[in-house]
Design a protein around this ligand. Structure first.
Ligand code: UDX
Length: 445
């Protein structure tokens, strides 16, 4: 099939590359001429494991190319994926202007047997409004609009594209559903067809539910901190119940990224506009907003204040295996720490410059950061932190405080470290480990 993907941001690029790998002829269309040139020259505008390899293969096989000539790119295909951004507007709702621009281009240049596939995250009812716009503004009642939400995780997006848990297709005609079934024919995944509004809702309801799960376990972790329980054991016990499930019960610095914060906000605003309160989602957002402060409070409690304290940060991005800093909890954390009078040094494997908080000093390895700090706070669980040489971290030190903001290390392994070195280990919702002899665990983990 000939497919044009409008928008070569994160979702658009992964989708375009994935569709080409499935054997379709794909054009990635974007108004950003520079980005298009980079992509056509074999470069990458973003970092995503495995993406460059599949793009390279499809380019080599002539299955994908990129163009900034949107009308020509639309005229060349029968299926038009819209994967442009829907950023947060000033009132918290989703700003749909880029989607509308794309639909107008399709209205002007689309083929009469064309199918429009909306990948961008849009509020329920948007597909209906877009179809109406095509009919009224462009007299195009021949074009079908389908909702096909994406569930790609950054850092795992290529695998998520080829092995989805489900493919959701919201369409009003069997013919459009048939086209979608053909597009994804080679993927071994259940395809759920439903009405368009429900498909649009699935995306928001899923993301808000996952955000609630994270905030819920973070709330429980706060309680565990005060009641000397171990949140990891609690999450394990809860997660063994299949009705709850163990995924997304990792407590920590809170969720960030380009999806959860924006989508939960849009979901709440959607409810407000039609007087349907969303208190569960509002609570999840409020709990998450407080996570950086909760973490900083742990240090304030330790020292009485942060004035002139030297803080080190390990990991700045919103999650490992991504260079994305959007809504990363490290940003408010660093701002709060600086406001409280601390100095901040930081290391992240993918962030060497251009961190949005300019008074944060960036270093190129975690040891340098530790050497400069009274306390180190682990904000992103990069796999390389598991290989740390503690002897090197602790070299020449009389003490160090480590606040593991992602519970990346197990208490058992940190018992060995704190037993050997003058390190105090704090984590989220778990007992504190002081330097020296640790009580033997009687429980087998
Ligand atoms: C998310 C959704 O998972 C995906 O389906 C959707 O399409 C886009 O948004 P992504 O933002 O890439 O994907 O990352 P994800 O792995 O879901 O993590 C989001 C945030 O939640 C990260 O900051 C992560 O650190 C945090 N998180 C996740 C937790 O704090 N605890 C958990 O248990 C899981």
């Amino acid at each position: 099939m000939n497919i044009t993907v409008i928008g070569t941001g994160y979702v658009g690029l992964v989708t375009a590359a994935g569709l080409a790998e499935l054997g379709h002829h794909v054009i990635g269309a974007d108004i950003a001429a520079e980005k298009v040139a980079t992509l056509n020259a074999g470069g990458m505008p973003l970092w995503e494991p495995g993406l460059q390899e599949i793009l390279h293969r499809s380019r080599h096989n002539g299955l994908i190319r990129f163009s900034d000539d949107i009308p020509a790119a639309i005229r060349a295909s029968q299926v038009y994926f819209i994967a442009v951004g829907t950023p947060e507007a000033a009132d918290g709702s989703a700003d749909l202007r880029q989607v509308e621009r794309a639909i107008d281009d399709i209205g002007k240049h689309g083929r009469s047997d064309g199918v429009v596939v909306v990948k961008s995250t849009v509020p329920p009812g948007t597909g209906d409004a877009l179809e109406k716009r095509l009919q009224q503004k462009w007299e195009r009642s021949d074009l079908q609009v389908v909702s096909n939400p994406e569930f790609l995780r950054q850092g795992n997006a290529v695998a998520d594209f080829f092995h989805p848990d489900r493919i959701v297709v919201g369409a009003s005609s069997p013919a459009a559903c048939e086209v979608m079934a053909q597009i994804y024919e080679r993927l071994d995944a259940p395809l759920q067809t439903c009405d368009r509004r429900s498909a649009e809702m699935i995306k928001y309801a899923s993301n808000a539910f996952l955000a609630m799960k994270i905030s819920y376990i973070n709330m429980v972790a706060n309680l565990c901190d005060h009641l000397d329980a171990d949140v990891d054991a609690v999450a394990q016990g809860m997660g063994s119940d299949p009705r709850i499930g163990s995924a997304f019960l990792r407590p920590g610095a809170g969720y960030g990224g380009s999806c959860f914060p924006k989508d939960t906000q849009a979901f709440i605003t959607m409810g407000k506009q039609i007087q349907v309160p969303m208190p569960l989602v509002e609570a999840a957002v409020a709990i998450n907003r407080n996570r950086p402060r909760d973490l900083l409070q742990r240090l304030v409690k330790e020292w009485g204040g942060l004035h002139r304290r030297k803080l080190g940060i390990w990991g700045l991005t919103f999650k490992p295996m991504s260079d994305d800093l959007r809504e990363a909890p490290s940003i408010p954390f660093c701002r709060l720490a600086l406001d409280a009078g601390a100095t901040v040094a930081a290391y992240d494997p993918l962030i060497g410059r251009d961190y949005p908080v300019k008074d944060v000093h960036l270093y190129s390895d975690p040891y340098q950061v530790a050497a400069l700090s009274d306390a180190v706070v682990l904000m992103t669980e990069w796999p390389e932190f598991r290989q740390l040489d503690w002897e090197r971290v602790m070299k020449g030190r009389k003490s160090l405080l480590l606040l593991d903001g992602r519970n990346q290390f197990s208490l058992e392994e940190m018992k060995q470290v704190t037993h050997r070195w003058p390190l105090t280990y704090l984590s989220v919702g778990r007992p504190r480990l002081n330097p020296g002899k640790q009580p033997q665990s009687t429980i087998k983990h």
